[in-house]
Write a new protein. Sequence first.
Length: 225
Amino acid sequence: ACGIVEADLTRHPGGRWLDYGTAARLLGCYGIQTAESIEADGPDSAAAAAVMIGLPVVLKATGPDLVHKSDVGGVRVGLGTPDEVGRAYREMASSIGPAMTGAVVQPVIEAGVEIIIGGVAHEAFGPLLMVGMGGVTAELLADHSFRVPPLGDQDTAAMIAELRCAPLLTGYRGRPCVDVAALRKQIAGVGRLLEDLPEVVELDLNPVIVTPAGAVAVDVRVRLA
Ligand code: ADP
Ligand code: MG
């Protein structure tokens, strides 16, 4: 896929988590929409990245061992000026410490329904695709559906329909109806990726934010064998 996996396995034969930008490029090869992200290695480059993206922005700490960023104060949403971005970077760096090796700057995505799309290499079934209720409370609610790729066109719809949170996508109690077709495209893209690339042993898009305007992944992790 765009040579990304081959190149990375040549450089890191033991396998590893891809860095954020590489993971986003790999997903892009499969038509999976991710939020525009610019990597930064300090407060000044974060502030400059924010101007390029357009304020307000989201600043997120990154680091090879940083998994639950918001648990350690590593996600700040809605920073309105370059100064605020630089200050937020310094605050994160001092509270997180050396586990933070850099950051990414993203546009603020409008609020929507947060869905998780995941993939694991199961020892018996091979690649397994999971869709569920996403966001920081995903583990708490344990609302998931699973399929073994390849996915047929109806599988993406069925995986969504099986979720207890499915009504949140279709106007539950006066909420807006969100773009379920865009969510299905994201799921189908992940299905193709898992089918094509057995080297991908773990993949986590959490959350994919689904709004009336589309579906975009704002937090992505991909691990190679
Ligand atoms: P982590 O899972 O490591 O804590 P995330 O990147 O998933 O960090 O961010 C945590 C939460 O912050 C998300 O569930 C979402 O609610 C919000 N968030 C993250 N990125 C954005 C963004 N670009 N726009 C709007 N909200 C975001
Ligand atoms: Mg996340």
